[in-house]
Design a protein around this ligand. Sequence first.
Ligand SMILES: Cc1cc2nc3c(=O)[nH]c(=O)nc-3n(C[C@H](O)[C@H](O)[C@H](O)COP(=O)(O)OP(=O)(O)OC[C@H]3O[C@@H](n4cnc5c(N)ncnc54)[C@H](O)[C@@H]3O)c2cc1C
Length: 418
Amino acid sequence: MPMNVKPVPALDNEINEIRLATAEIVNKEILPNEGRLWGAVSNSANEQNEIAREAKALRREVQEKVKHAKLWAPHLPREFGGMGLSFLQHAYMNEVLSYSPGAASLFGVVAPNSGNQKILVQYGTPEQHEKWLKPLTDGTMQSGFSMTEPHTPGSDPRSLSTRAVLEGDEWVINGHKWFTSNGYSADFFIVMCRTSDPSASGGDNDRMTQIIVPRDTPGVKIVRGVPVWGRASSHCEIIYDNVRVPKSNQLGRTGSGHRAAQDRLGAGRVYHCMNSIGSMWRAFDLMIERLMTREVHGGEKLETKQFMQGFVAESYMDIQSARLMTIHCAEKMESGADPRTDISSIKVFVPAAYHRVVDRAIQVYGAAGVSGDLPLAGMYQGARTLRIADGPDEVHKIMMAKLILRRYHAGESWDFGN
Ligand SMILES: Cc1cc2nc3c(=O)[nH]c(=O)nc-3n(C[C@H](O)[C@H](O)[C@H](O)COP(=O)(O)OP(=O)(O)OC[C@H]3O[C@@H](n4cnc5c(N)ncnc54)[C@H](O)[C@@H]3O)c2cc1C
C-alpha cells in the first residue's frame, strides 16, 4: 500500500511540495524494492554476495534519484551540500521519509553521521569542516559518537569517567566506551571526555569536551561489536588507551561538550519522534491491509471483529496524539519558547505509542508479524530500544516533573495553550 500524503492546509507550499516529492520517491522507488534494497539474507554464501552487491547498486540508484529531486541531506545547510531546510520543514519531511525502515539513509541521513555532521556544522572550525565534515557529507568518510561507558550511567552524562589531559599541544585520552554505533565503519569518533585545561578561564575546568579522534590513532582499540537483540552489531565497545590527538581536534571551546551534547539531542529528539511517527503510519497501514484481507473462522474478515476494531481505534489515537505532541514541541522550539518539558514528554510518549502500535500490527499478522518478511519485527525492536537510547524514560519523567513543579512553586500554573 503506498503512503497517502496530501498537502497539509496549515503548511506552506514549499514544505508541502517537499513532502509530496519525498512520498513519490518512497512510493515509487523504495517500497516496491524494499525486499531487495537491504541485501536480504540467503543460505548460499555466493548468492549472498550477489544479493549484497545488487542491493548496494540499487541503493546508489535510489540515492541518485533523491539527489536529482533535490531531497538530499535535509538536515544540512545548503553550503554543506544539504537542503537548507528550517527545523520545522525538516521535521515534517522526516515523517514521510521514514515510512519505509532504513529509507532515511537513502536521503543522506544516517545516524550517527547525521548528528555528528550537525555538531561539526555548529561547533567546527573551517579547518575541521574541510577535514571531517566535507568527507562525511560526500560519503567518503564514516563516523561514530562515543559517549556511553560500560561502568558509568549513560543516563547521567556528567558522571562519565573518560578523561582527556592537555600535554603541550595534544589531548591525551584514556577511557572505556561502549555502544559507539557505526564503530566498525567509522573513520573517526567524536569522543566525549572529561577535560581539565589549566589555561581555560571562567570555570571551564574539569567539564566535558568533545574531541575528534581518528580511528587509526595509536591506542584506539575496538574490543567488539556488542551483540544487540541477539545479533552481531556495529555498536562497538572501544578502549582509548593513551590516545594522543592535536588540541585543534577539540570541538568548540574547552568545557562546551555537555552543551554540544544537549544541542545534538534536543532537536534530534524531535526528528527521531517524527521518524517514529512515519514508522507508526506504516505499521497502521499494514495492519489495516491485513484486517481487510485475512479471513478467519467462517470466512469472515478480521475487520469485522470488535477486538480488531479496537486495535484500529487505539492505534489511530496513539498516532494522532504522538504526532500532535511532537508538532507542538517542534513549534515551541521554532518559536524560541522553552521546550524542555515538551522534549522530555515526546521522548517518553512517542516511543511507547510506537511500541503499542507495532505490537497491535504484529498481533494482527500472527506468525508473519514476527517474521523477517515484514518490517514489523525490526520496528518493534527499534521502538523498545528508543525507550533507553537518548536518555531513558525515567530520567525524562523526573525532568518533566521538576520543570512543571518549579513553575507552580514560582506562583504560576501551567498554560496548556502555549
Ligand atoms: C542500539 C543503541 C545504540 C546506541 N548508540 C549510542 C551511540 O552511538 N553513542 C553513545 O554514546 N551511546 C549510545 N547508546 C547508549 C545510550 O545512549 C545509553 O544506553 C543510554 O543513555 C542509557 O545509559 P545506560 O545504558 O548507561 O543506562 P543507565 O544510565 O545505567 O540506566 C539504566 C536504567 O536505570 C534507570 N534509571 C536511570 N536513571 C534513573 C533515575 N534517575 N531514576 C530512576 N531510574 C533511573 C532507567 O530505567 C535506565 O534505563 C546506544 C544505545 C543503544 C541501545
